[in-house]
Design a protein around this ligand. Sequence first.
Ligand SMILES: Cc1ncc(COP(=O)(O)O)c(C=O)c1O
Length: 399
Amino acid sequence: MSSLQPFKIPIVDLRAQFAGIRSEIDEAIDEVLESQQFILGPTVKRFEKQMAAYLGCEHAVGVASGSDALLLALMALEVGPGDAVLVTPFTFFSTVSSITRLGATPLFVDIDPDNYLLSAKATAAFLDERGRRESAQTLDAKTGLRLKALLPVHLFGQCCAMTEFTALAEKYHLRIVEDVAQACGARATVAGHLKFAGAIGDLGCFSFFPSKTLGGFGDGGLVTTGDGELAAKLRMLRRHGESTKYHHQVTGINSRLDSLQAAVLAVKQRHLEQWCQARIERAKNYHRLFTETGLLEENILRIPPQTTNRSHIFNNYIITVRRRDELKQCLAEQGIQSEVYYPVPLHLQACFAALGYKKGDFPQAELAAKEVLALPLYPELTSAQQESVVEAIEQFYGA
Ligand SMILES: Cc1ncc(COP(=O)(O)O)c(C=O)c1O
């Protein structure tokens, strides 16, 4: 199939979603156009309040992207040279570049092969071996760096083991910055209570990139926190560090959420619960269809476990397969789009070579990078389309 031809079954289809909410969106955009107030302003404020209420956290600060949300969150915690942040090597680039851009050091910990998330067990082992507690801080015994924060990523829409991470953060005086870019709407169980991802750690970082569970009409992001001081700092940092106009307390950046994006996102948020449910139902349907193929018993293919409590809202539906790249090619030839998130784990990226990691350091992340494949999944995906996807995969392995 030529790359110029649209896929018969795309990995995500935003046109279908737009068709269902067009009149609501038109109205919201018109209101902003009438006001001619495009930067921050009342629309952004309203959306921030809406998100804080939805997520059950005190403060929400709209910013220009998910990448900026991470950068600003770490800036608010004053992460910098001499500091280290514990993080997964199997994530989107900016989870880690947000650390290095501030002159701090990412210390990678391998993933749990069952769910591709930062392993709580490996993190505990790392801290027990290398964490040297000194009054109110913890140093890394190997590098001498200050261990400042844990950065769990709720990858693919799935929540990390937050009970374990919260306990580790307490024990070792670490802050928790959650990367919620792929999991807006997911809930994690913390000490027996279900809480929204992003409302558990010290700060939650959201992305409104169009393909996310809550996506805008361009870039956008949000930082959430329960800490009023951090929220005030974030509001300053996103406006060049201004406390009042042209009075700069700190060196910030320009990273504001547009009013137009806030207007679109406020409409979409009202549908988010229903869309997350539709994603979960489609994941269940894949589960049923794949189980019927027999490929699971033969260990040719692994699918995500079923979710019962919204801890996975399937921003992406990820299977693990043998001969992944051949399968991807074969699906593309039949008009079925699939994607690899992510082909190169971050400890092996050229730009991070100076960190000194090498192949073999994180075997689970490296294996996942070779085997994962994302299949089409979005709220409007039909059962017939899902059957076509599974049939094509079954035929590939049958042949
Ligand atoms: C896990 C993760 N973190 C951070 C980001 C960055 O978000 P944005 O693209 O809005 O800058 C993304 C976006 O793809 C992501 O998937």
